[in-house]
Design a protein around this ligand. Structure first.
Ligand code: GLN
Length: 489
């Protein structure tokens, strides 16, 4: 019997090595759970038909001793991550039958290490949303309460792990799309530093913000996945090549070594955590706030120094995000014109083909953002909106980098509420956008951030705390994450 609930990457690896179970046995177990649960939860849009072939290859790697820590580990991947020869629809009708013609860099790496790619997961259309309800392929349900959303846009990848239908998974973040569903589904979610993980082969939403981001049941699993995927990629012009360091061994191990934590005098080996209390004055659910205060208290009792910090520009993060992101979306989605990819409707002339294909292929949220983005980039409005938002973004980045001169981490609740009901906020886009209020600063500033489970509410729904760290300080996030995990619940 494999204890799936408590399985971790390291335990699975030990199990394979000590021949307690084979890769096939483990994968079959997950496939069986998918069969039992996926009809209701709709985490997977497709289970790949070559899973057992992949498993055989992985088993051989154990036999010929070329296995790595990820060999045989079952992964779910978001429907916007390209896997050659397999469908990728980004949750949209416009890409319904699109088959990837090449592997994304992250998939190439996972394949090389013999990880098992079980299937592609449901998501908000083109990653636009916070609840996985804008997908063209139905909603995904939260395993803690199936009348509630799992969060989004990477809701399918979150539910795959929370519902024990994969051991770990990949999502993508443009603004909280991994941390927010991690929060709603009781998981750990990491948004890496912008440029740490290759975006090559990811269907773009907002290029200056997007990052492939892992989900796991604990910090260690997420750390292992991040370490495997974070390396320089010449195929991504925004991938960051770090200066060679003598002790550096590929793959890049995060930033703990590059930017050491600021050592404070008299803190007794603790860490300094900045809390921007002024940002929580409005709109945060009182239960969420109480849970956050309890978490901060636990950290303080364990030796951390808590410092009240002010981030006056970060208050405008969502406003800046909802101008910059749609601008990038309107540019990125212009390639879906009915001629090159996926859906193509017949028309009398070229303009009609465009109109009919795009009209039929895009859902309401994608259309809303294309219109918004086109507007803020249009002649006469560019300076008033787009350029202004870019300036605000720079200010936010500056003040966050400045704050890290004084503190090692910045902590906030991950989301202002716990998981909400299906259908809620759907006809109020602004209420939906507010879900990302604490996610946006990290994406805009390009810094890494981690979401960690911090208990449950009276309805048994998970709470979550977020830590942000300076650029390339993922290692510090893993350190504080493990410390937080070890504190008594
Ligand atoms: N909720 C964000 C949005 O709707 C999520 C974007 C993302 O991270 N992919 O834009």
């Amino acid at each position: 019997m494999i204890d799936i609930k408590n399985l971790t990457i390291e335990r699975a690896h030990e199990g394979f090595k000590n021949k307690k179970f084979t890769c096939k046995k483990l994968v079959q177990k997950y496939l069986q759970i998918i069969k039992e649960k996926n009809t209701e939860l709709n985490a997977y849009l497709e289970v790949y038909d070559d899973v057992l072939d992949q498993t055989e290859k992985a088993q051989k790697m154990f036999e010929n001793e070329t296995a790595t820590i990820l060999t045989g580990i079952p992964f779910a991947i978001k429907d916007n991550i390209l896997f050659e020869g397999h469908k990728a629809s980004a949750g949209s009708k416009i890409l319904e039958n699109y088959v990837a013609t090449y592997d994304s860099t992250v998939v190439k790496e996972l394949k090389k290490q013999g990880a098992i790619l079980i299937g592609r997961t449901n998501m908000d259309e083109f990653a636009m949303g916070s609840s996985t309800q804008t997908s063209a392929y139905g909603v995904t349900r939260n395993p803690y309460d199936t009348s509630r959303v799992p969060g989004g846009s990477s809701g399918g990848s979150a539910v795959a792990v929370a519902g024990d239908m994969a051991l770990v998974s990949l999502g993508t973040e443009t603004c909280g799309s991994v941390r927010q569903p991690a929060s709603f589904c009781g998981l750990v979610g990491l948004k890496p530093t912008y440029g740490a993980v290759s975006r090559n082969g990811i269907i773009a939403m907002g290029n200056s913000l997007d990052q492939v981001s892992p989900f796991g049941k604990n910090v260690k699993d997420v750390e292992i996945v991040f370490n495997a995927l974070s390396k320089y990629d010449p195929m991504d012009s925004t991938s960051i090549k770090l200066p060679p360091r003598p002790s550096d061994t590929p793959p890049y191990q995060g930033g703990g070594k590059l930017t050491p934590l600021i050592v404070k005098e008299g803190v007794g080996g603790g860490k300094t955590i900045g809390v921007p209390w002024h940002l929580f004055e409005k709109g945060v659910d009182s239960e969420v706030m109480n849970n956050f205060k309890e978490s901060i208290k636990k950290l303080e009792d364990s030796g951390c120094e808590i410092v009240d910090i002010k981030l006056p520009y970060s208050k405008y993060s969502l406003e800046a995000y909802y101008i910059i992101m749609p601008a990038e979306v309107s540019t990125n989605l212009s390639r879906f014109d009915g001629m090159r990819y996926g859906l193509s409707e017949k028309g009398e002339n070229l303009a009609e083909v465009y109109k009919k294909s795009r009209g039929k292929g895009f859902g309401q949220e994608a259309r809303r953002r294309i219109l918004l983005g086109t507007y803020v980039l249009s002649h006469g409005y560019y300076d008033a909106y787009y350029n202004k938002a870019i300036k605000v973004r720079e200010k936010i980045k500056e003040e966050i980098v400045g704050a890290f001169q004084k503190v090692d981490f910045i902590a906030t609740p991950t989301t202002p509420t716990t998981a909400f009901k299906l259908g809620e906020k759907l006809d109020d886009p602004v209420a939906m956008y507010l879900c990302d209020i604490f996610s946006a600063p990290a994406n805009l500033a390009g810094i890494p951030a981690i979401a960690l489970p911090s208990g449950k509410d009276k309805n048994n729904l998970p709470f979550s705390i977020q830590f942000m760290a300076p650029h390339f300080c993922e290692n510090s996030l893993f350190e504080i994450g493990k410390k937080f995990e070890s504190l008594k619940k």
